[in-house]
Design a protein around this ligand. Structure first.
Ligand code: ARG
Length: 563
């Protein structure tokens, strides 16, 4: 029985029979200050029925309540405040964790429902940006969190591998390209051709016709165009995979925009059948006036389809393929309008499930408080960020723990983990500033700080000889452990909140708080001293280690045992 249930059953025994356990549970509050106990039961709502002042009701109930399972039960005005028997509650929580550390914190909000998560989705022939990194790590953390509450996420990398820009790229490659140059440094070279194309087409508009012709060829399945496209795509993908490997993130699908090429006629037909398509200056649009949105541009004058056309096809495909209960798109704030349009058009098509589509927005990464800008030279290159973070982690490890075995592996876990954690500890909608030295610090509210707390717990357990703790008595009388225990007991609620709000920062903040509470406890008590409660204290240390490790795992961050 968990501690809240203890309160419910104590109350159920003395309240009118008309109140069910669920009704009682719903009334129970958590007092803001510890001085008012662990749970509080307000009596206002009974006043009418019992014709009595709430204060008197509270006193009357208190006199009948069986208090034997609690440290104390007191009346404060109209409230009955319950103080749990901390030793007993603590032992229960520790037993629950140590019995099955992997499933601790799990629950069943999702009933196994499928949830496609559109995440990462960088564009072929362009470098992966910090924004794509955000999408990747937020999407991955959400997938882990949703799994823990029993949804089945499907991680989809909706690669930007289609669109008129490929026409430009092909036209540029045919004019100035060299195979060897592309092979040596694919993304930068293709990017260079693309930039040059844009410079030259200002003077020479014929280039644009050329590009349009190439894209048309591609859409029509022309062999040369298709070969080039395949080659650009695979070269780009190789570099993206390096980053995914570093992050240790896997996808269930790489169906990018191109995958929907043959699925768009059907969408356009659906729109026509519902009389939703209108002609506007030769292009085809869906009017979204009644949603207070700009019209959605479905087909250009030359018949080429657009980003949103492909997203319509993708949304329908995902509904058919996965029969999802929710469909998430982890994409920056700046595409808010696009996703509003997408949902509105699906609604117009009569798909009620458009309400299950959620744009999981996130903010920008700034540097020195300013937006990144390619033009002004304020760019952050993703591969460099991760490599630099690993180097910086290595430097600090060499200073703190020069004898550490597997230092390379640990530096990778700490450096990459630091970048990921820093991203996730900020509420996703907010912009945040990126300063590598700050991100990889071992103190303060950082990933390495949490990893360090976990490693410290593991080192205590090693010193104690890794005893088997499953069966030991886990009662600890020291009131100093209560804060840590209470935090451990909140893990499930924390994960559920993160899942409901699509907010990994809830888990990251929790991990920081648990680390702080544990470090505070550790600073004031001698865990390894030989007395009756030594084993119980070690069980606490084991539980902290397990829950920190699980928290980090939910965020996609590794927890080395030593660092
Ligand atoms: N490739 C796009 C970009 O980099 C993101 C795609 C997001 N996903 C989607 N289904 N539209 O901006």
């Amino acid at each position: 029985m968990n501690s809240k249930q203890q309160v419910v059953s104590a109350l159920a025994a003395v309240l009118p029979d008309t109140m069910t356990a669920a009704e009682i549970e719903a009334k129970i509050e958590r007092p803001k200050s510890d001085g008012n106990g662990d749970f509080a039961f307000p009596t206002f709502f009974l006043a009418k029925e019992l014709h009595q002042a709430p204060q008197l009701i509270a006193q009357g109930l208190l006199a009948q309540i069986d208090q034997s399972n609690f440290e104390q039960v007191v009346v404060a005005g109209p409230y009955i405040n319950f103080f749990l028997d901390k030793t007993q509650v603590g032992a229960t929580i520790l037993n629950e964790i140590l019995n099955d550390p992997n499933s601790y914190g799990s629950s069943d909000l999702g009933n196994g429902g499928k949830v496609p998560i559109d995440m990462s989705s960088p564009n072929i022939a362009k470098p992966m940006s910090m924004g794509h990194l955000r999408s990747t790590v937020i999407g991955n953390a959400l997938a882990n969190i949703l799994t823990k509450v029993n949804y089945q996420p499907v991680k989809i990398n909706h690669l930007g591998d289609w669109g008129t820009q490929f026409g430009k790229l092909m036209a540029a490659y045919k004019m100035w390209g060299s195979e060897a140059e592309v092979k040596a440094d694919p993304i930068n070279t293709l990017q260079k051709y693309y930039v040059r194309f844009h410079q030259e087409d200002k003077e020479n508009p014929a280039l644009d016709d050329d590009a349009r012709a190439w894209f048309k060829k591609l859409e029509d399945g022309d062999e040369e165009a298709t070969e080039l496209w395949k080659w650009f795509r695979s070269e780009s993908l190789k570099l993206f995979m390096k980053i995914y490997d570093l992050l240790d993130i896997q996808f269930d699908s790489f169906n990018g925009e191109a995958f929907y090429n043959d699925k768009m006629t059907e969408v356009v037909k659906m729109l026509e059948d519902k009389h939703l398509l209108q002609e506007s200056k030769g292009a085809e649009i869906v009017d979204l006036d009644k949603y207070d949105l700009n019209p959605a541009l479905i087909k250009k004058t030359d018949g080429a389809t657009l980003y949103i056309t492909r997203d319509l096809a993708a949304a329908i495909y995902r509904k058919r393929t996965y029969d999802f209960v929710q469909s998430l798109y982890v994409v920056g704030n700046e595409q808010q309008n696009h996703f509003k349009q997408l949902k509105a058009v699906l609604k117009e098509l009569g798909f009620d499930w458009s309400d299950d589509i959620h744009h999981i927005q996130f903010g920008l990464i700034t540097q020195g408080g300013r937006k990144l800008s390619t033009r002004e030279g304020r760019v952050i290159l993703l591969e460099n960020v991760l490599d630099d973070a690993i180097k910086l982690a290595r430097k600090q490890i060499d200073e703190k723990n020069p004898e550490l075995a597997h230092a390379d592996e640990v530096a990778k876990a700490v450096g990459v983990g630091a970048v990921v954690f820093h991203d996730l500890k900020n509420e996703r909608r907010n912009n945040f500033d990126f300063d590598l030295a700050e991100v990889v610090r071992f103190e303060g509210e950082t990933g390495p700080y949490v990893q360090y707390a976990h490693a410290r717990a593991e080192s205590i357990l090693r010193k104690a000889g890794q005893p088997d703790l499953t069966a030991v008595d886990k009662s600890i009388s020291d009131p100093g452990v209560w804060k840590v225990i209470k935090a451990l007991g909140q893990f499930k609620d924390v994960i559920q909140r993160a899942a409901r709000e699509y907010e990994p920062s809830v888990v990251a903040k929790y991990a920081i708080q648990l680390s702080k509470d544990f470090n505070q406890y550790y600073a004031h008590s001698k865990i390894l001293v030989e007395d009756d409660e030594k084993m119980a204290r070690l069980a606490l240390v084991q539980a902290v280690s397990d829950v920190l490790k699980s928290s980090l795992a939910l965020l996609g961050v590794k927890a080395p045992d030593e660092m």
